[in-house]
Design a protein around this ligand. Structure first.
Ligand code: G3H
Ligand code: 13P
Ligand code: NA
Ligand code: ZN
Length: 328
């Protein structure tokens, strides 16, 4: 059944778990997420980006997600719009039946240019007024996602600041967060704590201090009733990079956010954990490996089925690691 983000994350806060929010673009991702949730008895957040709407079309995405609630009626599901770039984008999603929207006012309508604080407050507050009147939850974002290692926002073609970011831009200020929440009344807040979108987060193997954990603690202490959201939370599994490269891929050495660090974040108020890249990597690895081993095969269902099981395994691992399992 469809529920709001507020309902789900309130339960998560009460019981001290986190919920992965997986991006969805196609049937295979949707199936992988739902089969994993079904197997582990987990509540689900699926989110659709602007890129997903462009790829699949809003009506197809909407019905794909609604089909999931029909086939798995016992699984609570939040239908979330990822990175809305204006109140009118969010309004259209609310009209389509999304139970939660993200108004990302940290960037302008181009999804690239960092904005002024007052602009962010204004677009977010207007979105909250509209959404709450319809029982829809709102996620805001304060600070700009960027790798503290490189100062780069990552993800060239998706949502992400252009150019190099300053250290201050990449760390959400706790006092500003408190003012932002008071003025906008968002249900959840995406914070900048050293992660970035995409596969190229870190060039060196993580040493256990990739996340700005002290920042998370300070923000959580100031706004304990606001659910914290961590974008750019893919772990970039080295085993999938290896498989991709073994079967003809050319992905350079790169590292993501270790699951143990996300678990540490969950202990300090992180409730929604955005994961997209990991499912993309697993999917690509599964296709490359299958086609390399089955050169005469031409039924797409054969290799697409491989992507479902590869993605499902990752979803199961995240539901278990974040404590989501058993909470449906
Ligand atoms: O925000 C980033 C997500 O990974 C979505 O990416 O815009 O390419 O669908 P996308
Ligand atoms: P990843 O690129 O780390 O999977 O992050 C996805 C995300 O934050 C979507 O909003
Ligand atoms: Na989001
Ligand atoms: Zn994001």
């Amino acid at each position: 059944a469809l529920i709001s983000m507020r309902q789900l994350l309130d339960h998560a806060a009460e019981h001290g778990y986190g919920v992965p929010a997986f991006n969805v673009n196609n049937l295979e991702q949707m199936r992988a997420i739902m089969e994993a949730a079904d197997q582990t008895n987990s509540p689900v957040i699926v989110q659709a980006s602007a890129g997903a709407r462009k790829y699949a079309g809003a009506p197809f995405l909407r019905h794909l997600i609604l089909a999931a609630t029909e086939e798995f009626p016992h699984i609570p599901l939040v239908m979330h719009q990822d990175h809305g770039t204006s109140p009118s984008v969010c309004q259209r999603s609310i009209q389509l039946g999304f139970s939660s929207v993200m108004m990302d006012g940290s960037l302008g309508e181009d999804g690239k240019t960092p904005t002024e604080y007052e602009y962010n407050v204004d677009v977010t507050r207007r979105t909250v007024d509209m959404a709450h009147a319809c029982g829809v939850s709102v996620e805001g974002e304060l600070g700009c996602l960027g790798s503290l290692e490189s100062g780069q926002a990552g993800e060239e073609d998706g949502i992400g600041a252009s150019g190099t970011l300053t250290h201050d831009q990449m760390l959400t200020d706790p006092e500003e967060a408190a003012d932002f929440v008071k003025r906008t009344k968002v249900d959840a807040l995406a914070i900048a704590i050293g992660t970035s979108h995409g596969a190229y987060k870190f060039t060196r193997p993580p040493t256990g201090d990739i996340l700005a954990i002290e920042q998370i603690k300070a923000i959580h202490a100031r706004i304990p009733d606001t659910h914290l959201v961590m974008h750019g939370s893919s772990s970039v599994p080295q085993e999938w990079l290896q498989i991709i490269n073994e079967y003809g891929g050319e992905i350079p050495e790169t590292y993501g956010v270790p699951v143990e660090e996300i678990q540490e974040g969950i202990k300090h108020g992180v409730r929604k954990v955005n994961v997209d890249t990991d499912l993309r990597l697993a999917s690509t690895g599964a296709v490359r490996r299958f086609l390399a081993h089955n050169k005469a095969e031409f039924d797409p269902r054969k290799f697409l089925k491989e992507t479902v099981s590869a993605m499902r395994d990752i979803c199961i691992a995240r539901y278990e690691a974040f404590g989501t399992a058993g909470n449906a």
